[in-house]
Write a protein that binds this ligand. Structure first.
Ligand code: HEC
Length: 118
């Protein structure tokens, strides 16, 4: 009787360990970033995320106090975004926002906006 009980306790413990092991195995670590879609259409959709604040095509609405992005020098845009991401440039929102983009995406955004006319 006690022998059977011991056996089942051990079996339950072994099953629980197995289940825990497989639950962990089923959750691979998420990638830091999804593979970037840097096709022209992909970059355009990344850039669309900026329109809410910086205006359509990087041109802020009249009277907006936010910086325009269209036609700014590529290097200026790249530096600002990189510094936001690294916490080196004071910001209210951009420090968080830029953390959602990989360096490749930030470079592509800088290039994209620099080529738009102001
Ligand atoms: C929720 C509003 C919001 C969105 C969305 C947004 N920005 Fe900004 N952006 C700001 C604000 C506000 C600033 C001023 C710095 C700060 O306070 O964060 C700024 C500053 C910047 C600057 C520096 C401009 C300068 O001349 O100093 C750049 C470059 C920039 N944003 C790029 C982008 C890009 C590219 C995107 C899209 C990926 C984007 N922003 C999306 C609000 C936003």
């Amino acid at each position: 009787m006690i022998g059977i009980l011991r056996f089942s306790v051990a079996a339950v413990a072994a099953l629980a360990a197995l289940a825990a092991g497989s639950a962990v195995a089923q959750q691979p670590a998420p990638p830091a970033f999804a593979p970037p879609n840097l096709t022209p259409a992909g970059v355009r959709s990344l850039a669309a995320n900026c329109a809410a604040c910086h205006g359509t095509n990087g041109r802020p609405a009249p009277g907006s106090t936010l910086a325009g992005l269209a036609g700014k020098p590529q290097n200026e845009l790249l530096t600002a975004m990189t510094q936001f991401k690294e916490g080196k440039k004071p910001a209210t929102v951009m420090h968080q926002l830029t953390k959602g983009y990989s360096s490749e995406e930030i470079a592509a955004l800088a290039e994209y906006f620099s080529k738009l006319t102001r």
